[in-house]
Write a protein that binds this ligand. Structure first.
Ligand code: ADP
Ligand code: MG
Length: 252
């Protein structure tokens, strides 16, 4: 398996404070890789360094074999980044925004086909600010795909979404991976990580404390004699919610 990202002893200091304390991990080509950890763990810092948007203090990063220190501009060409604070031009509609982005990336894009991909064909003439939370997330994921990247980075793409919109994004992310794109995602939802991620790294206070596939991590915990406090039921409250309210999106 090809390692498309390699991070070696990465350190990030903000003044006296060390936010990332010498972490090492790699991401395999074509996998969905999750970075999990409490607020302030260093997830966004790590992603932004790999995305070439933030300076590192120490360590090495290679993306598709390219050294971040030597070829940041070449790395930029093969990645798609979802910006957390999407400051899109408020006065432009989605069609105009896609054209703007494709112009920036020097790519020819069929706008209708593109919006269709993320289920937003009906919103071609809508302004970004008029979209629901789930639609905004879908649109911003779409913008990461314009330059046909090998890797996309999604930082908490489902935070604040209702269960229907969240599941809809899972489908979208799974579809993107099916086409061969490597996905790196952060999330606070462990059910989401369990469904989506081939492997996860758990990061706490700037250190990686576990890295493996979700099944293995769960089995390891169980093998220590761990038992859940509450009896495990065959369904969750979220299953009940989806069963009662249906899977269809509620955003129009
Ligand atoms: P996460 O994404 O896991 O919540 P971050 O990478 O955003 O964590 O932040 C890691 C730590 O670094 C936090 O303690 C945060 O307050 C600190 N931090 C992040 N950005 C800056 C910055 N620009 N200046 C100083 N400290 C920062
Ligand atoms: Mg963050």
């Amino acid at each position: 398996m090809k390692k498309i990202i390699e991070v070696q002893n990465l350190v990030k200091k903000y003044g006296d404070f060390t936010a990332v304390k010498g972490i090492s991990f790699s991401v395999n080509e074509g996998e969905i890789f999750g970075l999990l950890g409490p607020n302030g763990a260093g997830k966004s810092t790590t992603l932004e360094i790999i995305e070439t948007l933030r300076e590192k203090t120490d360590g090495k990063v290679f993306v598709d074999g390219m050294d971040l220190d030597l070829e940041p501009n070449e790395i930029k060409k093969i990645i798609g980044v979802q910006l957390q604070t999407s400051g899109y031009y408020p006065g432009l509609n989605l069609t105009e925004l896609i054209k703007l982005f494709s112009g920036l990336y020097n790519q020819k894009v069929d706008v209708t086909e593109f919006l269709n991909l993320v289920n937003l064909k009906d919103k071609a003439k809508a302004k970004y600010k008029e979209l629901s939370g789930g639609q905004k997330q879908r649109f911003s994921i779409a913008t990461t795909l314009i330059n046909q990247p090998k890797i996309i980075f999604l930082d908490e793409p489902t935070t604040g979404l209702d269960p229907q919109a969240r599941r809809n994004l899972w489908d979208l992310i799974t579809d993107i991976r099916k086409k061969g794109t490597t996905v790196i995602i952060t999330t606070h939802y462990m059910d989401e990580a369990e469904v989506l991620c081939d492997r996860v790294a758990v990061i706490d206070s700037g250190k990686i404390i576990a890295i493996d596939n979700p099944d293995k991590l769960i089995d390891d915990l169980v093998s220590t004699g761990f038992e859940r406090k509450k009896e495990v039921k065959a369904a969750t409250l979220e299953d009940v919610f989806i069963h009662l309210t249906g899977k269809s999106l509620r955003e129009e």
